[in-house]
Design a binder for this molecule. Sequence first.
Ligand code: FMN
Length: 200
Amino acid sequence: MKLGVITGSTRDGRKTPNQSKWIVKSANAIEGIEAEEIDLLDYPMPFFTEPVSPRYNPDRIIDPTAKKWLDKLEEFDAYIFVTPEYNHSVTGVLKNAIDYITWEVQRKPTAVVSHGAAGGARAATDLKEILSESRATVLNSGSRLAIASMSEKIDDQGNLSEEAKANPYGPQGSLESLLNELKWYNDALKPARAKIQAGL
Ligand SMILES: Cc1cc2nc3c(=O)[nH]c(=O)nc-3n(C[C@H](O)[C@H](O)[C@H](O)COP(=O)(O)O)c2cc1C
């Protein structure tokens, strides 16, 4: 399973990449998962100004950086969107990037990992709703992972603190069960998507 891990903040001094690095490392340690970070900082697309909603615009003219972001998204079988909470919701940069999506994530298993003072739970709830409108197959709330005080638990190399690792109900176990759930859905959905593509 090719897993795209989207880093949903771009501000100077941001912490979200720490969480993404931890996810990528943990995912790559599981047989059958190949994970890669997709950092929105590498796709500085403008604010969305297209005249028609992209899913309903056959004559779409798209900004070249936004096109690169969508081409990158298309490469993956499954996704984890990583978001902090800004003003009780997702970051503006992530919402803007999602507004460009057409069918790239359709019927692909997708999970949300968040952080913030209350684990980013409000942002995660909004993000699941937003991604379901993008036609992603969003995992149920049992597979949501929200981490409070994330920057105290994960360093800038993506290593989880020894204390957090030692907690049997801590983030590592939750992440691993989320990754296994994504894989389960991918094993079920990938052949079904291939059938549709083949017109069967
Ligand atoms: C503009 C802004 C708004 C924020 N709003 C919230 C919030 O509503 N709830 C919360 O728990 N944390 C909030 N925070 C704290 C962030 O979740 C925390 O700083 C986190 O590290 C931000 O992710 P980043 O470092 O990748 O930008 C806010 C931070 C910023 C910069």
